[in-house]
Design a protein around this ligand. Sequence first.
Ligand code: KG4
Ligand code: ZN
Length: 344
Amino acid sequence: MNGPLILGIETSCDETAVGVVSGHTLLADEVASSVDEHARFGGVVPEVASRAHVEAIVPTIERACEKAKVSLRDLDAIAVTAGPGLIGALLVGTSAASGLAAALEKPLYAVNHLAAHVSVDVLEHGPLPAPAIALLVSGGHTSLLRVDDVTHSITSLGSTVDDAAGEAFDKVARLLGLGFPGGPVIDRVSANGNSEAIEFPRGFSQSKDQADHALDFSFSGLKTAVARYLKDHPETKVADIAASFQEAVADVLVTKALLAARREGIDHLLLGGGVAANSRLRALATERAKQQGVIVRTPSPRLCTDNGAMVAALGSLLVAGAVAPTAPGYAATSHLPVSQIAFT
Ligand code: KG4
Ligand code: ZN
């Protein structure tokens, strides 16, 4: 063992996920996803997710402890996502974590999901660079952050004003008849398509947007443009539409992340969230960042999507930073701002 032993619980969306870390070492990362139950609705249904969490939470905690070869009594602390996310889903995780912490008399850290996404990279690439720009892109969030210290200081630089990047992938996949979740299948199909076939719009990239929305994102116009294109050109190869759409998303994400780095004078960029698993986004970020002298750190795709290890990783950093644990009586919050890294 090389650091505090932390159990991390994540239930903010459709993954019931439990991780165990010791310091910066990943010991277990168990995920029970209800994604298949949402597929026929084309998006996550909050009630269905909550019910699935209730069923999966105890077995997933047990499996994670077995994998890590630890007993609950060995833990130094328990960390749990307390927001942002679906409130009913969050409550399942926070109730379990609070119950465990009280019964075992262990400290509890109720933490921010976005800060956990940023933290996970310590498990693969060591201490986080600081300051860093973080681009977090998933089905629920699209955020550009300035991270001065992941345990104490995170500032939002920009976010989406409408759909999240992953939501755009999911909606466009639905338009193209490719199923849910859309990201992985668009990624796969795009490999056989021409990304220059169609010039789709890059939201908030015009000069008129520079004053107010230079670091914000908008994806609903892109989704509408794909729908319109499909209607007007029904004969176009699906792979070409998918690849051109994917290129538009990757281009705007990378352009704005690197603009944030330039504006803030920061030379490290961290990627996270489910969409950071996208092969084109990863390649484009690496290629363009290099030209700008920015170093990109990207967790493995498995640690980009929601997982419990990221929550445990943040818990470990909070313990190492001697941050006070969360007092009983905190409340999970669906719109928790990123500046609130943990409840005190
Ligand atoms: O982080 P995550 O697992 O859960 C949320 O917090 O939302 O992200 C899920 C999202 C979905 O919208 C999914 O379509 C997208 O991430 N995603 C991808 C890829 N893999 C997952 N998007 C683009 N390319 C991928 N390879
Ligand atoms: Zn997430």
